[in-house]
Design a protein around this ligand. Structure first.
Ligand SMILES: [Zn+2]
Length: 1027
């Protein structure tokens, strides 16, 4: 084959081939220099600048001023609308003609009033194809519009990607002209690139690498860049190599296009809408040219945005969905955080997502798709299964800082035993480029070699959008079955997972949560977002319970399902995996907080409407009543206004899921408050007794019965501590293990302890501490009559930089494990640091409570809006506030309000009612005006303490039916009776999407509906009401 001797000099041969396609060297004589033929200037180009994101119809009517290529415009977040007039030279007949557009920012080309293609340098898209072969009869004069967003794919970080945005950035167009594009040169360049990469990536240990080397070397010999007549022979050399096939055992890569678009991150929600438009219209163009190209696309919210903003594009997408090529995946409203949303929120992610996909495309997704989310709750498998989903895709655990996750393809078993088939693409990326190294990494990194012979490769620019390119498709096309490389198959998730299911006999099982050993600061960062999420979750719960009760009692009452759907969708949107974790820019924080305000405002008014309906018997509403949405009776102190409008406290009793007049009761045991000689104060309500030091820390906390002390010897509870908090890179995201070495107690008292409430229904004391000249803490420590916990109502003025505030409770309990509430249940994590898996969890997440118990005694820490914890040995710590500076330079600066509580208890936390207490702390009794003849009324109760009635709502598809969701919260097998005062005609089981089950309906007896639960099982019922 080779006529001249080829010397044994691998390096020169390889570098020769590299230089032959170099964009930098020898472009005067190499192949790359021939990619474009003639060029031609545009007829005219003019610009209109808009500070807002406006629709095409509005933009195209504006006054445009002449624009000269190279001129700058801006600033950041503005939009430049370009009107581009061009005239195709008649002499270019038969040629492929492109508009070459090299600019900063992210651009979208509009033609005839429709978006046609995205253009970004960062996404390797600088060409818009005007014609593949210019014909005489096609219009030669064309006017296009280019909508150019003044931000990059990754926002506009000042100096580095995750720095706060630079508001004053300037933008320019560097090149805008017509060019003849040489497709034959491009095809050859792709052949060369793939062969060069095979040489480099297979390396000197593989003979296939040398075969590629000699092939590409001979191609350089044969190819004359100036003579296209030499190209076919050169291509055939490459084709011979690529067509040498694999044996049957070779690994198969399932390649599918993808474009990860963060719903908000380094840019605001509004820009994401345009990112979707730009990215997806480009995908449609690629689909037109590449008949086997399949694209996977998640997040119902983004489809909904595109439907509203780009209806023409949306109907094109719908038709490609029908063809199975534009594949909706994930089944959720957004790619949510996997840790912080409540159980019910996660259910709603699927309910809203799957229903949207069903309505718009007639499909339910079969897989959960969270490639970029920061850890995965142990309850997700059950929630997925209940939502019609049995498969899961992510890759994020490849980011673990300490331990390497042992599997790529495996069964994931959840808290209740539910299993889902899980795949982590072994290439450890959701934005591969179809390159040789992506394919080889996929094979080499696979930790289930011999067990799973199929893997996923997702290709396309991601995070900020962009998506696949023609080049990526061409690369993959070359090596579909090339000896030495994995077999490449254009595929979709269903094909991959079906294949994995069919050959699953050797797969391993991972049980419990999948904890990400990184980004552990996201349980705490942006405290206002966390607070908004928790409060709004509880508020929407209350609205739905109250509205359901009103619906069943009052034929005229209307359940506001449309408004509620709108509010839920706002809440779900903010649970996106860069918003609720707090890893977004300040603009996003402002949007998110506005969404919470809207939910609070509209939600409160919906709640009051429902309560008014429950409290009216046609008579004047002249009394105050109380609503309890929780499924157990409550006996609690409420804060209300007296007739003169002054705040007053009252101890009231309200039945489970019901209402009662706010009749004041005398406490059986009034709270006593005693000031001691040293300034400390003893508070005692007959259940617990605590001694508060003059600095607000607890010297003692114990149970009155039995006198058991909860605070560790020689230590104080409620101790505030500060840490230096400087991560390695991901500022808002990460708190590192070494921060623990910088612990400093906050001890400087500015206002010593004073008594606020003297006892009776409430005892309380207050004191203030200085954190620094800029930051301070003010706290009221409250012990109510009949309450099993001491409550800490806290205000922090916070103006720190890279500091972390926590509160500690060293307790007199010894146990190897602590317990943390998660979605619809709880789990244990170690309190010791034996193995790397243990110490990697130095900062963990939990929901409303955490507990440390030994046999017969324990202490629980409750909170109303926090998610970060750590329990090491006997010290329970709640994470309160961080102060990262990127990507939001003002993250968490300002005033914060939050409440936590400590609850010592006898027995187990289950028997002591810790779970109920945490719900009570989070779900305030709601006071409303009612007529004086309101009888105490309970709509629901459950006779088993382990079972929590979480949700009551109107059924999505049946106006006269309620959906009732319960779960087993203790980790026990139990039977329970759900009693109801509602006029229930029939009860059926249904799944989380509210589809009736084929199981026999539950038994309805005179006492109620009999149900049996296994540990942490979620049961959903459809109750049809008598009209
Ligand atoms: Zn992401």
């Amino acid at each position: 084959m080779f006529h001249q001797p080829v010397l044994k000099n691998r390096r020169t041969l390889l570098e020769r081939a590299e230089k032959f396609i170099s964009e930098v060297y020898f472009t005067d004589c190499n192949l790359r220099g021939r990619l474009f033929g003639d060029s031609h200037p545009l007829a005219s180009i003019s610009l209109f600048l808009s500070p807002k994101r406006i629709p095409f119809e509005e933009a195209s009517k504006q006054n445009f001023a002449p624009y000269k290529v190279g001129d700058t415009f801006g600033p950041t977040w503005w939009t430049g609308w370009f009107r581009v007039s061009l005239s195709l030279p008649a002499a270019w007949r038969g040629k492929e003609v492109h508009l070459l557009w090299e600019s900063d920012g992210e651009a979208l080309v509009w033609r005839d009033g429709q978006p046609v293609q995205g253009l970004t340098k960062e996404g390797e898209k600088t060409s818009y194809i005007l014609t593949e072969s210019l014909k005489e009869e096609e219009p030669h004069r064309v006017t296009l519009y280019v909508e150019l967003a003044c931000n990059g794919l990754f926002g506009a970080g000042h100096g580095s990607m995750i720095a706060a945005p630079d508001p004053g950035r300037r933008f320019s167009v560097q090149k805008a002209e017509l060019v003849v594009f040489r497709r034959d040169v491009m095809d050859l360049l792709t052949d060369f690139e793939m062969l060069v990469d095979i040489v480099k990536n297979l390396g000197e240990g593989e003979q296939r690498s040398f075969q590629a080397l000699f092939t590409v070397n001979e191609m350089v010999n044969v190819c004359d860049p100036a003579d296209p007549g030499s190209f076919p022979k050169t291509r055939s050399l490459a084709a011979t190599f690529f067509s040498q096939r694999n044996g049957q055992s070779q690994h198969t890569v399932h390649a599918m296009g993808h474009c990860h678009i963060d719903s908000a991150w380094l840019w605001p929600y509004e820009e994401t809408i345009r990112k979707c438009g730009r990215s997806w219209v480009t995908v449609i163009r690629l689909m037109e040219k590449n008949p086997d190209f399949v694209f996977t696309c998640s997040q119902a919210q983004q489809f909904d945005w595109v439907k509203r903003w780009y209806p023409g594009l949306f109907s094109q997408i719908q038709s490609y969905v029908q063809k199975g090529r534009f594949v909706p995946v994930g089944g959720t409203w957004v790619e949510m955080d996997g840790n912080l949303p409540s159980g019910e929120s996660m259910v709603r992610q699927f309910l809203q997502g799957q229903r949207f996909f069903q309505q718009e495309f007639g499909v339910h997704c079969k897989e959960l798709w969270l490639p970029d989310t920061f850890g995965y709750s142990a309850q997700l498998p059950q929630i997925m299964r209940g939502s019609g989903i049995s498969r899961f895709l992510t890759q994020k655990l490849s980011w673990n800082l300490v331990n390497t996750f042992p599997h790529n393809t495996f069964f994931w078993e959840g808290l209740d035993g539910s299993q889902v088939l899980t795949h982590f693409p072994p290439g450890n990326s959701y934005e591969m480029k179809g390159k040789i190294e992506d394919l080889l990494n996929t094979v080499r990194n696979n930790r289930d070699k011999g067990r799973a012979n199929h893997s996923m490769v997702l290709f396309g620019f991601g995070d900020g959008g962009g998506g696949p390119t023609q080049l990526m498709l061409d690369r993959l096309q070359r090596v579909r079955d090339t000896d030495g490389l994995p077999r490449v198959q254009m595929s979709d998730p269903d094909m991959l997972f079906s294949q994995l299911e069919a050959e699953s006999a050797l797969l391993c099982t991972w049980s419990g949560e999948m904890f990400l050993e990184l980004h552990n600061g996201t349980y705490t960062t942006q405290a206002q977002i966390k607070r908004g999420n928790r409060h709004c979750e509880m508020l929407l719960r209350d609205v739905e319970v109250a509205s359901s009760l009103a619906l069943s009692q009052d034929g005229a009452f209307r359940f506001q399902e449309e408004k509620l759907q709108e509010l839920w969708r706002l809440l779900l949107l903010n649970q996106f995996h860069d918003v609720i974790p707090g890893s977004c820019i300040e603009m996003v924080v402002e949007d998110a907080l506005r969404h919470y305000e809207e939910i609070r405002g509209a939600g409160t008014s919906l709640l009051l409407d429902a309560l008014r309906s429950l409290g009216s018997s046609g008579r004047e509403p002249d009394s105050s009543a109380v609503f309890n949405s929780l499924p157990w009776q409550r006996h609690e102190v409420i804060e209300r206004q007296d007739v003169a409008g002054q705040p007053e406290l009252a101890l009231v009793t309200v039945p489970s899921a019901g209402v009662a007049l706010a009749t004041e009761a005398k406490p059986e045991i009034p709270v006593s408050v005693t000031v001691q000689a040293d300034g400390s104060v003893v508070m005692d309500n007959g259940i617990i007794r605590t001694t508060v030091n003059s600095d607000g820390s607890l010297a003692s906390l114990g149970l009155v019965a039995g006198g058991r002390e909860a605070i560790s010897d020689g230590c104080h509870g409620n101790r505030f501590v500060m840490f230096d908090d400087v991560p390695l890179y991901w500022d808002s995201w990460d708190v590192m293990d070494y921060h623990l070495q910088t612990r400093k107690p906050v001890e400087q008292v500015t206002e010593p302890l004073e008594v606020v409430s003297l006892g009776g229904v409430r005892g309380s004391v207050r004191c203030s501490l200085r954190i620094s000249d800029r930051s301070s803490i003010e706290q009221e420590i409250v012990l109510d009559a009949a309450s099993p916990y001491v409550k800490f109502s806290t205000k922090v003025v916070w103006a720190e930089s890279h500091k972390f505030l926590k509160v500690e409770f060293p307790v007199r309990v010894r146990s190897p494990n602590a317990t943390f509430e998660i979605q619809f249940g709880h789990l244990q994590r170690p309190t010791h640091r034996n193995t790397s898996w243990d110490w990697a969890r130095f900062e963990v997440w939990g929901h409303k409570w955490a507990d440390l118990s030994e046999h017969n005694f324990g202490v629980a820490l409750l909170n109303d809006c926090k998610y970060g914890y750590s329990v090491q040995k006997n010290v329970m710590t709640l994470s309160l506030l961080r102060a990262p500076k990127a990507p939001d330079a003002n993250a968490d600066m300002g005033t914060h309000h939050f409440t936590y509580a400590v609850m010592p208890h006898a027995g187990s936390f289950q028997d002591a009612g810790v779970i109920r207490s945490a719900y009570n702390l989070n779900s305030p009794l709601r006071i409303f005006q009612s007529s004086a003849d309101l009888e105490p009324w309970s709509a629901f109760s459950v006779d088993a303490a382990a079972v929590v009635l979480e949700t009551v709502k109107q059924a999505e598809d049946m106006k006269a039916a309620l959906v009732v969701r319960l779960y087993e919260s203790h980790g026990s097998s139990v039977t329970a009776t759900l009693r109801t005062a509602l006029p229930v005609r029939a009860a059926l089981y249904c799944d989380l999407l509210e589809r009736p089950s084929t199981l026999d309906p539950p038994e309805m007896g005179p006492d109620g509906i009999s149900l049996s639960f296994s540990p942490f099982q979620i049961l959903t019922l459809l109750l049809t009401l008598r009209s």
